[in-house]
Design a protein around this ligand. Structure first.
Ligand code: HEC
Ligand code: HEC
Ligand code: HEC
Ligand code: HEC
Ligand code: HEC
Ligand code: HEC
Length: 343
């Protein structure tokens, strides 16, 4: 009888525990701080589904993770090149970190999402989504989810910065320019040196592509771990052939077969090449390196307009979309720059 009562007690306890675990009720004691329940929290993301794994595979094959530029961990570079430096400067509202970022990490899940802050799926919210005021000209742009990207993918301020109607500039370095990742400004249609000419620059922010933010094109339906989704890539390899992820475009352009839609990329490449040749002939640009011909020993002294054409060349080169981000603005910057130099 004693034995029977013992087993009864044990099974009631096991049953209670079972109910407790199955129904995912909170099991902490009456006193003491509320503990974190792994059933309630961690499994919302760490479970037998593939969501986290799929995103990790994709993100792992993005240039964010495969690139090595997160080695640039000093105060003025770490703000875009390291995850920790980015979060530090965004929260502090500064443009440098307080020190070198040790054990740097590249842009990853924690950079863009709130991972391990609330320990539930609200942590998938984007860490930053406010409109971004560009450093180069104080213009505020609103790309929706793409605002997150624009904080890093914006021009750095060239030193010195030529301004329309301003005085001569003295360029002391072949690294002068807008840096490598300025895409948000061209997408919005701002940030170029808007020299007068026959082509109109249009109204900033008014194109349908600006409305697509960055995500509609760069995060289209994932193609394995090569393009779309969290790879952010626009192209993938198919049997040794580079293929374009046109699925990012066909929702709006049903007849589109390549990124060179209506020949816009070809036109932009031709204009960019012509501008490059003119700048090289003038001795302002090294055509092989595609860098300004300038150093502290051999500074380049140019009028604002002349320097502006060099800046426009570098902007469209570094934009990397060969005009797709903003066809009208791109063609206007290149055409009007060429007109100024060859008139
Ligand atoms: C919002 C979804 C989410 C929740 C909730 C969540 N995690 Fe994570 N966890 C992640 C993501 C995303 C990563 C990073 C995966 C990667 O880098 O590929 C991660 C990584 C980890 C790692 C690997 C080491 C590391 O820090 O990168 C551990 C361990 C971990 N989580 C434990 C937990 C535990 C324990 C809980 C509950 C207390 C929890 N997680 C809750 C999303 C979540
Ligand atoms: C914390 C700063 C940061 C954020 C936020 C960020 N990026 Fe990047 N991105 C970078 C850096 C830095 C690189 C280059 C990494 C390298 O080369 O090591 C890069 C590279 C890329 C590339 C590859 C470029 C190439 O040359 O192949 C694409 C595409 C890209 N980012 C798109 C995006 C999109 C879309 C978003 C928003 C969803 C975004 N990025 C958010 C910093 C950022
Ligand atoms: C405003 C954010 C920002 C800052 C600040 C910044 N970078 Fe970058 N950098 C980027 C982005 C975005 C890319 C990726 C461009 C791409 O691949 O299209 C990049 C790319 C690079 C690359 C890779 C170029 C290539 O062709 O692969 C190097 C190297 C680099 N940056 C060095 C630096 C250094 C050094 C500093 C500091 C002096 C710095 N960056 C500051 C955003 C930034
Ligand atoms: C460069 C920024 C960036 C990085 C890095 C990043 N994400 Fe995202 N993630 C986004 C954006 C932007 C969206 C919204 C996508 C859209 O608008 O289509 C998103 C969406 C998601 C969603 C869907 C959320 C929802 O509410 O539907 C999940 C899940 C997710 N990301 C997980 C991850 C995981 C896991 C990692 C790391 C392996 C990661 N992300 C890395 C920017 C990023
Ligand atoms: C209308 C679609 C579209 C939008 C919106 C868009 N991109 Fe692109 N992006 C492209 C295409 C197409 C290319 C060129 C790919 C090629 O020719 O290889 C490109 C090229 C790039 C590159 C150069 C490296 C690469 O992947 O080839 C970067 C970096 C980039 N985009 C980032 C961004 C960022 C950041 C945003 C938001 C500020 C953005 N893009 C918005 C379509 C888009
Ligand atoms: C959200 C819808 C949308 C998406 C997605 C989109 N486009 Fe567009 N695109 C437009 C619209 C609308 C126009 C006409 C100009 C405008 O209204 O802004 C346009 C204009 C263009 C032009 C200029 C055409 C011309 O003849 O001057 C090109 C090139 C282009 N898009 C290429 C692309 C490529 C390549 C992609 C995919 C990487 C893409 N677009 C994705 C809506 C879109």
């Amino acid at each position: 009888m004693k034995k029977y009562l013992y087993y009864l007690g044990l099974s009631v306890t096991v049953l209670a525990l079972g109910i407790c675990m199955n129904l995912v009720t909170s099991c902490e004691g009456p006193e003491g701080p509320a503990g974190m329940d792994a059933n309630e929290n961690c499994v919302q993301c760490h479970n037998d589904g593939s969501v986290l794994f799929a995103k990790s595979l994709q993100a792992g094959n993005s240039k964010h993770m495969t690139g090595t530029a997160f080695e640039r961990n000093s105060t003025s570079c770490a703000i875009c090149h390291t995850s920790q430096g980015f979060v530090e400067r965004m929260d502090a509202g500064t443009t440098t970190t307080s020190g070198t970022i040790h054990n740097p990490t590249p842009p990853n899940c924690r950079t863009c999402h709130m991972i391990h802050e609330n320990y539930d799926t609200t942590d998938f919210a984007l860490r930053y989504s406010d409109p971004v005021t560009l450093w180069i000209n104080d213009v505020t742009i609103d790309l929706g989810d793409g605002n997150l990207c624009a904080n890093c993918h914006q021009p750095r301020i060239p030193d010195p910065l030529p301004t329309v109607g301003g005085g001569n500039v003295t360029i002391n370095s072949n690294r002068w320019g807008p840096h490598h990742g300025l895409q948000s400004s061209t997408l919005w249609g701002t940030g170029g040196y808007e020299i007068a000419g026959s082509e109109s620059y249009g109204t900033p922010g008014s194109t349908t592509h600006a409305g697509a933010g960055c995500t509609q094109c760069h995060m289209a339906e994932a193609y394995g771990n090569q393009a779309g989704g969290h790879t952010f890539n626009m192209t993938y390899d198919y049997h040794g052939r580079e293929s374009e992820n046109v699925a990012a475009c066909t929702g709006c352009h049903s007849s589109l077969k390549s990124f060179d839609y209506n020949g816009v990329q070809s036109e932009v490449e031709e204009l960019l090449d012509s501008l490059k040749n003119v700048l090289a002939d003038k001795g302002w640009l090294d055509p092989d390196e595609e860098l300004p011909n300038a150093s502290s020993d051999n500074p380049l002294v140019l009028s604002a307009d002349d320097a502006g054409t060099l800046l426009n060349f570098l902007i469209i080169l570094e934009d990397g979309s060969h005009g797709v981000h903003n066809p009208g603005y791109t063609v206007a910057l290149l055409t009007n720059s060429l007109e100024h130099l060859t008139k």
